[in-house]
Design a binder for this molecule. Structure first.
Ligand SMILES: NC(=O)C1=CN([C@@H]2O[C@H](COP(=O)(O)OP(=O)(O)OC[C@H]3O[C@@H](n4cnc5c(N)ncnc54)[C@H](O)[C@@H]3O)[C@@H](O)[C@H]2O)C=CC1
Ligand SMILES: [Mg+2]
Length: 352
């Protein structure tokens, strides 16, 4: 039975009883918390809190993994009290999700200075000592987090970063005010409402039917190649962005565009990655690398890519493998695109 229909309950709606799945109930509850200030304030009383310091999440090492501790309201009040802060500071939290039992989850950054609300940063190492954990760069901790935790922390960090960067109205210059859930900010002077944003990015795995095209930027770790990615220009459709990016970066024209999946990616800012497969026109495979954007691009065979996918673990190569192809880690959507291509091609060559 799927996650979306595991449990059902009855709720009276417009005079008749309807069955609502857990998923729908959660979505409706989160919607209510975003819209209703009092409901959200109440949820903060019973909710749990993920802590950050200057956008770095609080983590606890457990063997080779990191656990993500959560604080109850009472624990958080106790911590704030030790640093001379009152519970008012809890209202700086942003809503990041809820459990199936409607326990609301919030994220709170105690390391960012809020110029508009005159809030000081709390001392990092003293807090770490008090909490028995460490504030660690999310990028550094990625491979030691499970996928549920990393996705939650991606969202929390992105939302906290957005609030930090939108403390003032770009029209009036006045401080903006966060709503209780952190789903928007409002300028009391200009009345402009600001909503958290993500930049759409297309990422395309181009194939010529037998090989796929991978590219690298000079900033990538040694040996790492990925699919072609690029920000959508204003006014562009996803299809137009894919055609333009592939043409700009490797000088090829693509066709047979197929949407595959999407992902929120927090680095360096929030992007909505829209992943597609595409093919080149038959016989048009000559790559012309745009060296202003890429360091290198090349066609890779099914064998080369399959071997690279099997290579386990971190992005650091052993000296003996120094010339080997490295692919993006599992949690990156580029990995998903490449894996899907390998599976499809392997199946079709088996069937042939
Ligand atoms: N999750 C994944 O699997 C992958 C994610 N990515 C992400 O995709 C993003 C885009 O890839 P790139 O090849 O770097 O893009 P790109 O090919 O569009 O080049 C980046 C340049 O685009 C310009 N640009 C236009 N709009 C921008 C905006 N809203 N924000 C920042 N720069 C903008 C800047 O001049 C920047 O230097 C990167 O942030 C990267 O982290 C890239 C590959 C894999
Ligand atoms: Mg690019």
């Amino acid at each position: 039975m799927s996650l979306y229909c595991r449990t059902f309950f009855r709720r009276k709606s417009f005079g008749c009883y309807r069955l609502l799945s857990t998923y729908v109930t959660k979505a409706r509850y989160l919607f209510e918390l975003k819209e209703d200030e009092e409901a959200c304030r109440k949820a903060q009383q019973t909710g749990v809190f993920y802590l950050f310091h200057d956008l770095d999440p609080l983590l606890q090492a457990s063997g080779h993994r990191y656990l993500v501790p959560r604080l109850s309201r009472a624990e958080l009040e106790g911590l704030l009290g030790k640093f001379g802060q009152d519970s008012q500071r809890i209202e700086d939290s942003v809503l990041v999700g809820c459990s199936e039992q409607q326990e609301a989850w919030f994220a709170l950054d105690l390391g960012l200075e809020s110029v508009s609300a005159s809030r000081a940063s709390l001392p990092k190492s003293e807090m770490e000592a008090e909490l028995g954990g460490s504030f660690i760069k999310l990028r550094q901790a990625l491979f030691q987090l499970n996928s549920v935790d990393s996705s939650l922390l991606f969202t929390a960090q992105a939302l906290l970063r957005w609030h930090d960067g939108h403390q003032f109205c770009s029209k009036s210059g006045q401080p903006t005010q966060k709503n209780m859930a952190g789903s928007k900010r409002v300028c009391p002077s200009s009345k402009i409402i600001y909503y958290p944003q993500m930049a759409p990015v297309v990422i395309t795995l181009v194939s010529d039917g037998a090989r796929c095209l991978l590219a690298r930027q000079s900033s990538f770790p040694k040996g790492l190649y990925s699919a072609l990615a690029g920000f959508c220009d204003i006014g562009e459709s996803v299809e137009e962005a894919v055609h333009r990016e592939v043409a700009e970066e490797v000088g090829l024209e693509v066709e047979n565009l197929q949407y595959s999946a999407s992902q929120h990616w927090p680095f360096p800012n929030s992007s909505l990655m829209i992943a597609c497969h595409a093919t080149v026109k038959p016989g048009h495979t000559e790559i012309q690398v745009n060296l202003k954007e890429l360091e290198a691009a090349a066609w890779f065979s099914l064998d080369e890519v399959t071997t690279a996918l099997r290579r386990k673990g971190s992005l650091a190569l052993q000296p003996s493998e120094a010339s080997s192809l490295l692919l993006p880690p599992k949690l990156a959507i580029a990995h998903h695109l490449i894996k899907k291509w390998v599976e499809t091609l392997s199946c079709s060559s088996l069937a042939a």
